[in-house]
Design a protein around this ligand. Structure first.
Ligand code: NAD
Ligand code: UD1
Length: 338
């Protein structure tokens, strides 16, 4: 298939691009490098031994996106491009709506302009909000509790309405739980700008000596050890979930929302222990109050992905930490080392 990948230079996009190329598809990356580096794409090129097209542009510029699509003629789009920091989304909500909502509408219009009827969208478990029950299944009510989560929820609804305009249209929205890890080669991985918001990148920077200690946000939750529990999923599992979704949309029409997780939760302290084992480095801890907006527990029901996509996660927490450590120790300052 000819597949356009928005945000293909980013963390999840670059790993997915590698698998999409490995599966024999033709790819066009669209990225404005707002949160990524051309070096990631150079490394994907060398790892895959394949070429792909790249257009440096913003998806919110609809006329120029349409022109790019008229030339490439994608048969499917994987839509990663957008902003993703929860705290920032509360400070600059309109920017989040412009990038994540207007960007999605602009993309759907460009797809309509060239007759492309298939889309896979990066959504998030954050669309569920507070759990009525666990594990979260796809029928769980959606009630996001922050601006970022609402942009994902609204984008899902817009894509759903778009599929209703033509019986040949097909959309899969993938609700990711907590993506972590890096490619086995250690050549591509997560490269957050500034202070990492997420747990595993922060731990990795403590282990490499860039930060002195991990702040543990709350140890009084009703969980196994009082710290927050999440469903961490290896980035290579997440990438192969997208390849399975491409196969699915080629054969099916309509709209589906599908969780990508492992179904198993780990506490902050369990992740720290796994990372210490993988890296051989001690991770000093500092206990702090709960972070605003955090859940005690979040983990996925994964049956739908298995049933519809024939996909399930293969890697566990030890491999996630080993692979993050390989990436971090080979690239202490991420792509900026190059
Ligand atoms: P990322 O920031 O590494 O990747 C996003 C990419 O999109 C970057 O390369 C950035 O430069 C690009 N981009 C941003 N705005 C753009 C625009 N207007 N035009 C063109 N390119 C643009 O993030 P990621 O972790 O790879 O996440 C990818 C997607 O998955 C995002 O939509 C995110 O909301 C979603 N998601 C991520 C997580 C996570 O934990 N990483 C969890 C759930 C959902
Ligand atoms: C965060 C986002 C969520 C997003 C997800 C993507 C918030 C409130 N939520 O979720 O919308 O979809 O990332 O992966 O930002 N922790 C620490 N110390 C740290 C960092 C985290 O103790 O320095 C704890 C958190 O309190 C939580 C766990 O580690 O219990 C995981 O945190 P994080 O990696 O930020 O993921 P989420 O909170 O699940």
């Amino acid at each position: 298939m000819r597949i356009a990948i928005t945000g293909g230079a980013g963390y999840i996009g670059s790993h997915t691009l590698l698998d999409i190329l490995g599966d024999g598809h033709e790819a066009l990356v669209i990225d404005n490098y707002a949160n990524s580096s051309p070096e990631a794409l150079a490394r994907v090129k060398s790892l895959s031994n394949r070429t792909f097209e790249m257009s440096e542009q913003t998806i919110t510029d609809q006329p120029s996106l349409s022109e790019t699509f008229q030339q490439f003629k994608p048969e499917a789009v994987i839509h990663f491009a957008g902003l993703k920091a929860v705290g920032e989304s509360e400070d600059i909500p309109l920017t989040y709506y412009e990038e994540n909502i207007q960007g999605t509408i602009s993309l759907l219009r460009a797809m309509d302009g060239c007759g492309c009827k298939n889309i896979i969208f990066s959504s998030s478990a954050t669309v569920y909000g507070l759990p009525d029950y666990l594990p979260f299944d796809e029928a769980h009510p959606t009630a996001p509790i922050n601006t970022y989560g609402r942009t994902k929820y609204f984008a899902e609804e817009i894509i759903h309405d778009w599929t209703k305009t033509d019986p040949a249209k097909s959309a899969v929205v993938l609700r990711y739980f907590n993506p972590v890890g890096a490619h086995k080669s250690g050549m591509i991985g997560e490269d957050p700008a500034g202070i990492p918001n997420n747990l595993v990148p922060f731990i990795a920077q403590v282990a490499i000596g860039r930060r002195d200690a991990l702040s543990v946000f709350g140890n009084d939750y009703e969980t196994k050890d009082g710290t927050g529990v999440r469903d961490y999923i290896h980035i290579n599992d997440l990438a192969s979930g997208h390849v399975a979704a491409v196969d699915y949309i080629a054969e099916h029409t309509g709209f589906e929302a599908i969780n990508l997780g492992t179904g198993r939760g780990y506490s902050v302290l369990e992740v720290v222990a796994a990372f210490e084992k993988a890296s051989g480095k001690p991770i000093p801890l500092r206990y702090e109050p709960r972070r605003k907006g955090d859940l005690a527990n979040s983990y996925a029901e994964c049956d739908k992905a298995k049933r519809l996509l024939g996909w399930h996660a293969q890697f566990g927490i030890n491999e996630m930490c080993e692979d993050v450590w390989r990436w971090q120790s080979q690239n202490p300052h991420g792509y900026r080392d190059n």
